[in-house]
Design a protein around this ligand. Sequence first.
Ligand code: FES
Ligand code: FES
Length: 163
Amino acid sequence: MKITLTVNDQVYIRDAAPSKNLLHFLREDVGLTGTKEGCGAGECGACTVIMNGKSVNACLVLAPEADGAVIRTVEGEALNGELSPVQHKFMEHHAVQCGFCTPGMLMSIRDLLGRVPKPSVHQIKEAIEGNFCRCTGYQQIIEAVLDVTGQLTKDNKGELRHV
Ligand code: FES
Ligand code: FES
């Protein structure tokens, strides 16, 4: 069937097999490969995208179910080649290592910051609890979110402190 998706403000009309999931549709039919496939079963969060304002695991959504949806993927984060403020803070805090989890992580954080402009550590942990990261230990990711929301400061020894 033909489906229409608005992805990162651009409209795509494509044929979608009834059994194709949104993750494969985005990667193979729309050509946006930033969204990653880890488990393919709703467990790892690597495929997280924003669909109609809410984060979803794209591997669990059938492409035909997404007909008419407004989607945001990691490719929509940087504007005119400039990293988003969250992406800058990820770089600054070494919250990206192998980077495989990063696209999904950024989408879960986008969802969180859309709802809670100054999230607590607990709220950040809750928001990314479905996003597995095997490299960073999560602390740098949490620090990046605290920093971009103005909740980190340096003490007189140069150590980062939560304000
Ligand atoms: Fe979708 Fe793992 S690939 S949750
Ligand atoms: Fe490697 Fe998160 S940076 S899995």
